[in-house]
Design a protein around this ligand. Structure first.
Ligand SMILES: [Zn+2]
Length: 242
């Protein structure tokens, strides 16, 4: 199959055009930076691509603005008064600067207290929170993975926590390694459980086919609810088809 790619400038937008053996033009605005990618049929003329892009300029800019806003929303200062999520619930942060070891504690139903040494900078405060989030997700993940490996009758080889931009979890079926996205710790336990079951089932079925859907429905009949909840908050990949 012959393919060729080039960059097209339309107004203020730069688009990477990839020629493919396809029938329709696919236009995508990709996270995290809002890069524009066009997959175009081999026979479509450059002029036709430019015309189509020109009609979609406002949509492209809207997507790019959305990504920029989502990016800003995820930036945190780790200061008193800020809202931080843990297992699906919002907590209001209080930062206490004191001469004792750094730690994080939950207080009551909706308070999270971040203890750090005096003069701890943003980076340090973030580090303490991230370490606490990792520790908590490690505990929850250990429990859920043990429980579900037994229920399903599969065995993984390793699991770890990573920060990922576009995926909640991954499973390498050949090595039996499972990774969970650190962001999951901010979601309800039912969502973490859905990702755990989903990734473990890939040890039985690699693809998201009917067999896979039947399996996950058997173990978690309401899985679509959790999937939707996770999709709502993830940077999503927008595509528009002609
Ligand atoms: Zn999957």
């Amino acid at each position: 199959m012959s393919t060729r790619s080039f960059v097209l400038q339309v107004g203020s937008i730069e688009a990477l055009v990839i020629r493919k053996q396809i029938k329709n033009l696919h236009l995508s605005v990709l996270p995290p930076n809002g890069k524009v990618r066009v997959a175009a049929p081999l026979v479509m003329k450059d002029d036709a691509i430019i015309t189509l892009l020109a009609t979609r300029l406002s949509w492209i800019k809207k997507q790019q603005t959305k990504f920029a806003e989502q990016d800003r929303q995820t930036k945190r200062e780790y200061v008193s008064g800020e809202t931080h999520y843990f297992l699906g619930r919002p907590y209001q942060m209080t930062v206490k600067y004191e001469n004792s070891p750094a730690n994080v504690e939950l207080k009551g139903k909706n308070m999270i207290v971040l203890h750090v040494r005096p003069d701890s900078a943003l980076e340090k405060r973030e580090q303490v929170m991230v370490a606490w989030y990792r520790k908590e997700l490690r505990l929850i993940g250990d429990d859920l993975l043990a429980k579900w490996q037994q229920k399903i009758g599969v065995q993984m080889q390793f699991w770890g926590i990573k920060r990922m931009k576009t995926r909640w979890g991954t499973c390498d079926e050949d090595t039996g390694r499972i990774w969970l996205n650190l962001e999951l710790v901010k979601k309800p336990v039912s969502c973490i459980e859905y990702v755990v079951v989903h990734e473990l089932l890939h040890l039985i079925e690699r693809k998201h086919n009917e067999h896979f859907v039947n399996l996950i429905t058997k173990y978690l009949p309401k899985w679509r609810h959790e999937k939707e909840e996770l999709n709502r908050s993830m940077l999503s990949y927008e595509e528009w088809d002609y």
